[in-house]
Write a protein that binds this ligand. Structure first.
Ligand SMILES: Cc1cc2nc3c(=O)[nH]c(=O)nc-3n(C[C@H](O)[C@H](O)[C@H](O)COP(=O)(O)O)c2cc1C
Length: 325
């Protein structure tokens, strides 16, 4: 079990915040599949404090996904503090500060990974959010902005000294993108120097890698991003593997339920056409390796009507279950 401040997680596996993916619907699905903690995608502190409707919509949550971490980004301590208060009021159990986003639109405002260049501003933001927040505060960082420094160890120490309850380390420099493998050695170095929990993140695509990251780095928790988009069952698979049991592949009926339940949840929050589009993006992970899966995915590409989509998905899986394809 992993405790972040006063919040106890069921297990030490966390779903990474991912813009465009970690919607309320997806979070509810991976929570059911065994994630110990789910996170919103990054939410603009400026947008929240100016009450932009689209931004405040990101704060919508459901009791079944708890504990929920809401991630905020911004560069002004007071605005970040106000946004953190709003997130807590809306139901966040943890507030996470983004210090890793390398996207130009974000870093040019001094937010996201740009903060890694400025330990003084890191201190001001973490202190302001800490004082404003009644719940635990976490920070997600990278190895640094670039190898020229300052690097994650210095930043992580500042974060701990300012009262944060945990730090997540995605060990790539902001200048690197995904072009190089995550360097897990950074996670171990930071774990050695901090007393708050350290969560490791980066390149967990197989359940065995999560166990290996824990063993090699001593990290307290493992955060999974792209690996869980491609295989949302990975959380359960890590749990079974850590008990020495073989990795269980999802059954056909589990794959069918994942798609249909997820689609149903999406339809509750966005219009059907957008939900259909979103679900198509996730179909690959649920049908990879199944007979005639590429024809199936092509066949539903044009369907926008909810009933027809559900029937087509149902028929495909029924045929597979009856051995008819
Ligand atoms: C499409 C996409 C969206 C992401 N959005 C966010 C985000 O909103 N906040 C954040 O801190 N990191 C974001 N990340 C980074 C991930 O949280 C994670 O740190 C990174 O993907 C490395 O972990 P992985 O190898 O398990 O995917 C995003 C990554 C991807 C690929």
């Amino acid at each position: 079990m992993l405790c972040i401040g006063s919040v106890k997680l069921d297990n030490s596996l966390l779903m990474a915040p991912m813009a465009g993916y970690t919607t309320l619907a997806f979070r509810l699905m991976v929570k059911k599949l065994g994630a110990g903690c789910v996170s919103s995608e990054m939410v603009s502190a400026n947008g929240l404090t100016r009450s932009h409707k689209k931004t405040t919509d990101y704060l919508k949550s459901h009791p079944a996904e708890k504990p929920l971490s809401v991630q905020i980004f911004g560069s002004h301590p007071e605005v970040m503090a106000m946004a953190a208060e709003m997130a807590v009021e809306a139901g966040a159990d943890l507030v996470d500060i983004n210090m890793g986003c390398p996207v130009r639109k974000v870093v040019k405002t001094g937010a996201g990974a740009a903060l890694l260049k400025d330990p003084g501003q890191v201190a001001r933001i973490v202190s302001a959010v800490r004082s404003a927040c009644s719940c635990p505060v976490t920070v997600k960082i990278r190895a640094g902005w670039s190898p020229a420094g300052p690097v994650a160890i210095e930043i992580a120490r500042v974060i701990e000294d300012c009262g944060a309850d945990a730090v997540t380390v995605h060990p790539r420099y902001a200048t690197q993108g995904f072009s190089v493998p995550a360097d897990w050695a950074w996670i171990g170095r930071i774990k050695e120097r901090l007393s708050i929990p350290v969560i490791g993140n980066g390149d967990i695509f197989e359940p065995s890698s999560a166990l290996r990251m824990k063993k090699e780095t001593g990290c307290d928790g493992v955060m999974i991003g792209r690996g869980a988009i491609g295989n949302p069952w990975i959380f359960r698979q890590v749990a079974t593997m850590s008990q020495g049991l073989p990795e269980a592949q999802p059954s056909l009926s589990e794959r069918r339920s994942f798609i249909l339940d997820h689609f149903g949840l999406l339809c509750e929050s966005v219009e059907e056409q957008r939900a259909a589009l979103a679900i198509r993006g996730l179909l690959l992970s649920c049908t990879r390796g199944l007979p005639h899966s590429s024809q199936f995915r092509a066949s539903i590409a044009q369907i926008k009507n909810r009933g027809t989509l559900v029937n087509t998905i149902d028929n495909y899986f029924s045929k597979l279950e009856n051995g008819q394809t």
